[in-house]
Ligand binder design. Structure first.
Ligand code: COA
Length: 381
């Protein structure tokens, strides 16, 4: 296997409702990523998306986006791992380049959630027979987890509030974030309305439209494309029992644990080497449980990392450094590619006001379903 690097990224701003159609959103992110690269050199496109079949009546998206982007005659495949589809497309592009099948591959993620009501479509990441038949949604499952967490570990109701405050603080400076320029105080989080008890509006990521892309090349050739490149040190996937109610302890994310352990072994790094961690904070409770599963705190204490400001840009383990899913927005299939693009900006010192001091190694984790599929990537400069 060859070593692989990210040589370029492209993002379009996350919006409540994009004026572009789905194919143009994906093609725009690719065009931004290929601004300084000859499109003729691209061998493959992998597109991450979850909902186009439901919301746009569109399958076969990767070929459609490749065509719209003017990339003809190349491999173009759809990749789907529910909410982790963006990270899955990054992994497929990584494997294509690492194996030698492609010399230049694009991973693009795109989602247009404003074209319909996505809640029922999102719930299809759960077990249709055993969860959804009983009325479960992603929101209700995460509300259950939060309720169990607060009770089991006997923590205060406002335990999670700093996850949202931190994410919004970072999104405020990110022009690509849905909540760019918006100030959110702890009081606003505390007073936000209950969506599904005990889950509040500010515990949730918003419904949004967006697209992001990254371009991958063999590390040995990376400098031919850009003088700003980062290496992919690990790419791993692990799954857990499909449903939360099949698990002995739903508050322990075994998939996140296994996926991170595999990634640490591949990258030959450990927890203390990480300068930042882009978490899958679709709900605050997920960020908290992920920090625990990956090892940043003991079970029941992840929320204290937020409370004690250890997740801030200058903290022990910065998370959601451009706003995360919570405040940059969570256009489902695009989120993993936004995470990768943001890590590229951090490691190449282009994060502007959100720049972390001298970051060396960064991890991202994307989650599909109720923490069923967990995809980890580790990057270094
Ligand atoms: N965080 C912060 N503000 C939010 C928000 C969120 N998650 N969702 C909406 N808002 C804001 C809007 O910007 C709007 O503000 P404005 O009036 O100043 O413009 C206001 O709240 C009302 O927005 P609206 O879109 O009408 O909210 P809603 O009640 O329809 O939706 C949720 C709120 C939480 C139900 C929706 O965002 C949601 O379903 N989130 C979860 C999505 C999901 O399940 N994703 C998959 C995760 S795995």
């Amino acid at each position: 296997m060859r070593e692989v690097s990210i040589v370029s990224i492209g993002q379009i701003p996350v919006e409540k409702k994009s004026s572009l159609n789905l194919r143009s959103m994906g093609a725009s992110a690719i065009a931004n990523a290929l601004a300084n690269i000859d499109p003729e050199q691209v061998d493959a496109v992998f597109a991450g998306n979850m909902l186009s079949d439901e919301l746009q009546g569109q399958k076969h998206l990767s070929a459609l986006i490749a065509d719209t982007a003017g990339l003809r005659g190349i491999e173009a495949l759809d990749v789907n791992a529910a909410m982790a589809s963006g990270a899955a497309s990054l992994r497929m592009a990584y494997l294509a380049v690492a194996s030698g099948e492609a010399d230049l591959a694009v991973a693009v993620g795109v989602e247009k959630m404003s074209d319909g009501v996505p809640t029922a479509a999102l719930a299809k990441a759960l077990d249709a027979e055993n969860d959804v038949a009983d009325g479960a949604t992603m929101i209700s499952k995460n509300a259950d987890l939060l309720r169990q967490y607060l009770k089991h570990f006997d923590v205060p109701e406002d335990a999670m509030e700093n996850f949202a405050v931190n994410a919004h603080r970072n999104a405020k400076n990110n022009p690509n974030a849905l909540f760019f320029g918006k100030s959110v105080t702890p009081r606003m989080v505390r007073k936000s309305r209950i969506v599904h008890h005990p889950l509040k509006l500010m515990d949730c990521s918003p419904i949004s439209d967006g697209a992001a892309a990254v371009v991958l090349a063999p590390t040995q050739d990376a400098r031919a494309f850009s003088d700003k490149t980062i290496r992919i040190l690990a790419s791993s996937v692990a799954t857990d029992r499909f449903s939360l109610n099949q698990r002995k302890n739903p508050l322990w994310l075994e998939g996140a644990y296994l996926s991170s352990q595999k990634a640490f072994r591949q990258a030959n790094v450990n927890l203390n080497d990480l300068s930042l961690f882009e978490v899958h904070d679709a709900f605050s409770i997920m960020a908290c449980l992920q920090l625990e599963a990956v090892g940043f705190s003991k079970p029941g204490e992840g929320w204290q990392l937020a409370k004690e400001n250890k997740i801030r840009l200058n903290g022990k383990i910065p998370i959601s450094t451009f706003g995360g899913l919570k405040a940059r927005g969570h256009p489902i299939g695009a989120s993993g590619l936004y995470q990768a693009a943001e890590i590229y900006l951090q490691l190449t010192q282009q994060a502007d006001k959100n720049q972390i001091k001298r970051p060396k190694v960064a991890m991202m984790q994307s989650i599909g379903g109720a923490a069923t599929t967990v995809i980890s990537h580790i990057f270094g400069n």
